[in-house]
Write a protein that binds this ligand. Structure first.
Ligand code: GDP
Length: 433
């Protein structure tokens, strides 16, 4: 399936229970990626267990099991095609760690479907101060996802009401605008993920809606730029040891080009090896470009020497391990206030490490970016700031201006996203030979 169509990485985001799994499962079915027999099986099971609404969401579970049985290189992704694009669904909803993974998954996504339920009470919960509709919009923007389609879901529960659609559209537009999305370029598609309205075919239940179906809206996305001229960076997602092949790291090429025969280095472990082969979606390729999700066999490194969160590059321009870095952040949520010394968890590309707020340098006006206060003693929800952060374990951090996907991050604590930001400057760590 390594088609000639351009490749886009997609994430499905939105508040819990707004229908992300249902929409994903149904979309995979309608685009021909699940067979009728499987669906009938799931329908039977759903009837028997009295959980009829669950059949679409179960598609995701079934796929996951199949993938786990499949011992070939697992990229952990779902795929589907539209007229114009080849979509890779990264980090499917329904995974146990979805919210956590949203942070790292989103760092690799080119685009997103934001699912917002129109059902009475649900839309309101999602957009409340603690709601995930709000949280995910904020994260998506910070993580550099510039293209987004909003699926206003469960229209069947509100009588296919145009009025309710407009209300939800306006509310969500406001949140999108607040973080800097250009709302006039965003499609808001009223759908029923369960019944399939407006997913692929225009819905007879909503004749008042004249816009594109969800799948047509996905085709209005633009392919992102692919920085082939920059040094190579591949954040590692997983490392496999495959019998008869050897060590196989898996990840997405963010910048640069990887070729068979290249000598590569993995940071922070500082291990070098030679690339013997490269695969994408089970197809062998000679070179991998930005945006390609690959598994590659490296000679000279044992599986145990590498881990998720390491970054692969060429020895001529190795990934930067940070001693400290300066960043611009926005506090999304903190129950009290953040002072120097606070030690939450940094999520950057595929890495997760503890990080300490070493210094609060200045507080900024969120709208203009102007300095409001030098060396503030604490930061609160909604405030923006420039801070110095110190990772407590070795981790690769790059300047956002050099390598955007490796220079934006989220900060989490006790299962909540506290802040997100971009890296302005990095003080490299000394790496022993
Ligand atoms: P997720 O947590 O966002 O992945 O949400 P799910 O896909 O698991 O859906 C949550 C609940 O909403 C389930 O009971 C679904 O059957 C139900 N649901 C999802 N989409 C629709 C829809 O279009 N209409 C109705 N009536 N229910 C839906």
């Amino acid at each position: 399936m390594s088609s000639e169509k351009p490749h886009l990485n997609l994430v499905i985001i939105g508040h819990v229970d707004h229908g992300k799994s249902t929409l994903t499962g149904h979309l995979l079915f309608l685009t021909g990626h699940v067979d009728e027999r499987k669906i009938r099986e799931l329908e039977e099971l759903a009837k028997k267990t009295g959980k009829e609404f669950a059949k679409w969401a179960w598609i995701l579970d079934t796929y996951k099991e199949e993938r786990e049985r499949d011992m070939t290189i697992d990229l952990s992704f779902f795929k589907f095609e539209t007229k114009k694009y080849f979509f890779t669904l990264i980090d499917c909803p329904g995974h146990r760690d979805f919210v956590k993974n949203m942070v790292t998954g989103a760092s690799q996504a080119d685009c997103a479907i934001l699912v917002v339920s129109a059902k009475q009470g649900e839309y309101e919960a999602g957009t409340s101060l603690a709601g995930q509709t709000r949280e995910h919009i904020f994260l998506a923007k910070t993580m550099g996802i510039n293209q987004i389609v909003v699926a206003i879901n469960k229209m069947d529960t509100v009588n296919w009401s145009q009025e309710r659609y407009e209300e939800v559209k306006q509310g969500v537009s406001k949140l999108l605008k607040m973080v800097g999305y250009k709302v006039d370029k965003i499609h808001f598609v009223p759908v029923s993920a369960y019944y399939g309205d407006n997913l692929v075919k225009p819905s007879p239940n909503m004749p008042w809606y004249k816009g594109p179906t969800l799948i047509e809206a996905l085709d209005t996305f633009e392919p992102p730029p692919r920085p082939v001229d920059k040094p190579l960076r591949i954040p590692i997602q997983d490392v496999y040891s495959i019998t008869g092949v050897g060590t196989v790291p898996v990840g997405r090429v963010e910048t640069g080009v990887l070729k068979v025969g290249d000598t590569v280095v993995f940071m922070p472990p500082n291990k070098k090896g030679e690339v013997k082969s490269i695969e994408t979606h089970h197809v062998r390729i000679e070179k991998a470009l930005p945006g390609d999700n690959i598994g590659f066999n490296v000679k000279g490194i044992a599986r145990a020497e590498l881990r998720r969160g390491d970054v692969c590059g060429h020895p001529t321009s190795p990934p930067t391990v940070a001693e400290e870095f300066t960043a611009r952040i926005i506090i999304l949520y903190h129950p009290t206030a953040i002072g120097a010394g606070y030690t939450p968890v940094l999520h950057i590309h595929t890495a997760t490490v503890p990080v300490r707020f070493a210094e609060l340098i200045k507080k900024l006006d969120t709208r203009t970016g102007a300095t409001i206060e030098e060396h503030p003693s604490y930061l609160k929800t909604g405030e923006a700031a420039i801070v110095k952060l110190k990772p407590l374990k070795p981790v690769v951090v790059e300047k956002y201006s050099d390598f955007p996907p490796l220079g934006r991050f989220a900060i989490r604590d006790s299962g909540r996203t506290i802040a997100a930001g971009v890296v302005i400057d990095v003080k490299p760590a000394k790496i022993g030979k």
